[in-house]
Each structure stands twice: as structure tokens, then as C-alpha cells.
Design a protein around this ligand. Sequence first.
Ligand code: VG1
Ligand code: CO
Length: 541
Amino acid sequence: MTRHATQPIDGQKPGTSGLRKKTRVFMQPSYLENFVQSTFDAIGGVRGKTLILGGDGRYFGREAASTILKMAAANGAARVIVGQGAWLSTPAASNLIRQRQADGGIILSASHNPGGPDEDFGVKYNSANGGPAPESITSAIHKRTQEISEYHLLDAADPDLDSLGETPLGEMIVEVVDPVSAYADLMETIFDFNALRDIFKAGFRMRMDSMCAITGPYAVEIFENRLGAPAGTVTHGTPLPDFGGMHPDPNPTWAHELMDEMMGENAPDFGAASDGDGDRNMILGAGTYVSPSDSLAVLAANAHLVPGYKDGLKGVARSMPTSAAADRVAEALGLDCFETPTGWKFFGNLMDAGRVSLCGEESFGTGSDHVREKDGLWAVLMWLNILAVRKMSVAEIMADHFARYGRNYYSRHDYEALPTEQAEAMLDDLRSRLGELKGTQVEGLVVESTDEFSYTDPVDGSIAEGQGFRILFEGGSRVVLRLSGTGTEGATLRVYLERYAPGPDGLDHDPQEALSPIIRATEALVDIRERTGRVKPDVIT
Ligand code: VG1
Ligand code: CO
């Protein structure tokens, strides 16, 4: 018996990055099965296909992987390549899809959301290019979840996910691979590992906080084993089902242990952290925090120093709420610069078409066309390689960058778990007033223009509407507001604040202070605190 009758389940609509729900929701009978079968159906079935499967090691990942393998077998798949222990970081999964020329892959992760029976789980489908499925596919999946009547699942024992090698599961081959080696090999083709070995030999000190999530084994292999960094360079390096209670979101709030060390006495030269599934990164120097938007700009300006990009970049892309710091570099280098909606899936077409090689988001995501996902450890290696070549500290590189290009002061304020109706009403109200705001004087600023961001993909012409509200002030400051598409509880309002300082003066202010007129103006225009009853944001990055 491989056919199982089922009924549609409400709410299986993929968000910014796959379907994310409370783990217990995913553990309900048929919940995972419905979504996976709908995914298979929406991509025209998996008969004869090869898929990649793995996740970030969070609670329920192993069980989910077993179920998906039995479903793939019952649906006629030829082969599923799965990371040992059902582990694969998101960029490593993307790499395997491409390297093994698979038809697609399934990633089990809720990324930066906490894990455990009472926390979050997620499932995401990636296409044959290695990138997150575009909206055409995610909407087809959602549509299918609303009409599904049966799923297929092989009646078999749970497959062995721990022994490397091939085993049959029904007619299908399950191939268990080392999750780390192919990815680490790829990194060796991009970066100057000899130069990196030399700086560690000379005493360069680094701290990599893997936050008890998936990058631990990758980071130990790359930094400690292959590059010779001392043991203990990687902290929280063992992936745990509940991330040891950590919230694996690499930002100053959640990676506070690393922050304390990097801002304290005798700090290491360089610090970094990554998220649950290994696609995000935070970059720090001794006493220095690098905002993700600035990190993207620095990588764009220095990429040619890294062997993998020695011939220069094809172009740069950033998500709309990301600061324009990268645009200034692109302009100086004569590169195209694209502005996409939030979510990595919007970069795929640009990379496939060879129009960009570097992409980034303000949410601690940076990556290149070496895979089709953002890539945390890749970003760390980019920085290391640039530091090794320029022989400067992180603080010196930042000061030099700002002196050359000016500084885009930037911050994101998140108001989490708001009642959904309240948050939606607040933004609906803003939408209705948006046209009238032009010319408004508020807190010493004048509103220059407003709009709701809509994106037309330059490659396939597809349109994504309603991607966030933009209020631009005279003089180049702006605020962007949008609701998160990755949360599992109520609504999260994200407020993105930006102000440009051309220099040479005023380049080393505290960002919250530099942005305070825009923060006050936003409050006056949108009334966030009044309407939500919150006195301050939950998370400031
Ligand atoms: C957030 C970020 C977005 C990122 C997405 C997935 O989405 O803002 O930039 O691509 O998470 O990242 P949202 O809709 O909550 O703002 V990951 O590392 O969680 O896959
Ligand atoms: Co992630």
C-alpha cells in the first residue's frame, strides 16, 4: 500500500523562503506528507528524477527526511542523495544540486528561527539550478495543497541515514554522502587557501560562532582542519536538535556571546557567526561591527582580490530594503546593480543569465554565483581572503571604505509577534495615505516620494507586487516598511532605516543616533508605537 488518502490542509502557503510552521504543526498526521506530495505534483512528479535532501539538524529533521525518502521512492524517484544524518547546510545543498546535476532538492530548515518541539520547522524546495523555487513554482505548490486527495509513501522500514554509500529503498537508490567534503572542496577552488594558512600560521586570531547549528562541521573542517586555525576557533560547533537553546540568528542581539568577546578586551582579530541552515553571516572585527549592507559593499569593492573573482564581477544585486552602499561601489566600478524584492529566490534568474555574480540582503545574507543560495561561510572566507591580501584590520577596511564611498547609515527595527490584523491594518492605512505624504514636513525632513515596491524580473518578465512601502526623504534618507514572510507567530513588522553621509565629516557616528531623525519621522508618519502599544522594537540590527 503506497497510496494514502488525505485532505487539503489550510495555510500551506510558502513564504519568503519555503513553508515554516511550528514543529508540532509539521508533526501532525499528513501535514508534512501533504506538502511534500504537493511539491512533487507541482513540479510534474519526480518519476525517474534525482533529488538532493538534507537539513540543518533541527528537531524532527531526521524523521522528516525518512518520510520524504519513502515518499520519493513511492513516487518513482530514481535516486535521492542525502547528507549523512540528514545534514546539509543550505549552500551545501545548493552546491550538490548543481554538482550532481540533480533535478532539485528539499531542504529541511526554518533557518534563523529557533528549533525544538515547541519551536519552528520548515521545508523548502530548490530547483535544478540549485536555487529556491521561484514564485511560479511556490504558488503552484500552494494551489496543489488546496486540492490534494492522496499522497504516496512506501511501506518500508526507516532508511539508514548514517552509513555512507548506496542502499535501495524500493526501486529507488538512497545515496548517503558526507555533507561537508564537496562544499569544502568548492571553497578551495574560490579562495587562496595558502594565503589563509599563512595568516593563521602568523597568529591571526578568529572566532567563528556556529550557534549549535549546521555550519559547525563545515567550519571545523575548513578553518581548523584545512586552514590550520587553532582548535577552538569554532565555537558552538556541534549541531543540536534545539541549537542548545540558542536562537541561531547571527545578529548582535542573538549572537551576544560573540559580540561580547569581539567588543571586549583582547578581542580576536576577526569574528563571524552563521544561522541555523548556514546561509547567513555576521562579520565582526576587534571592536568593530560590520552591517550586512556595508559588508556587501566591501565585498563588491574588493572581490577582484579573491582568486575566484579575479576577473571582476559581472554585476551586483541587492534586495530593495538593503542599503544603497553596494550601488555606490557598482557605480564606481561601472557594474550593473539590480534591486530585487526580499528573498533569495529573486536573484536566481539574474545569476543564471550571467548578469550578476554578487548578491546580498540586509538580513545578513551574502552570496555569489558559485551556488544559488546565500552562503554564510563563503562570506566569511571572502572577508578572510580580503584581510589576508590587504593586510589591514576590519576597522581599517571599513574606515577606508567609508572615506572613499561615504557611509550609508543603516538599521532595521523589528516588531515581532504583532497581532496579524493589527499589523495589516496599520500597513493598509499607510497604503491608503501613501500618495498624500509627498511634501509632508516632519521632524525636519521633507517627504520627497513614496511608493509600494513592485519588481519586474528583467530576465523572464514576471512581476512581484506589494513588496514593501518606501518613503524617501529629500537628501537621500529613506524608510522601508514590510511584513516578514518567514515568521510562524502573528506578524513581524520590519522597519528599514537609511541615511547617507557623503563624508569626509560625520562618518563615525552611532547608527541609531545618526538615524534618529528618520526614526522620529517614521513614528510621526506611521504611528507604530501608538498603534501597537510597543515602546520599542524587539530586535534592532
Ligand atoms: C527574512 C529576510 C530575508 C531572507 C529570508 C530568508 O525574510 O528578511 O532577507 O531572505 O528571511 O532567510 P522575511 O520575509 O522574514 O523578512 V533565511 O536565512 O531565514 O532562509
Ligand atoms: Co538561513
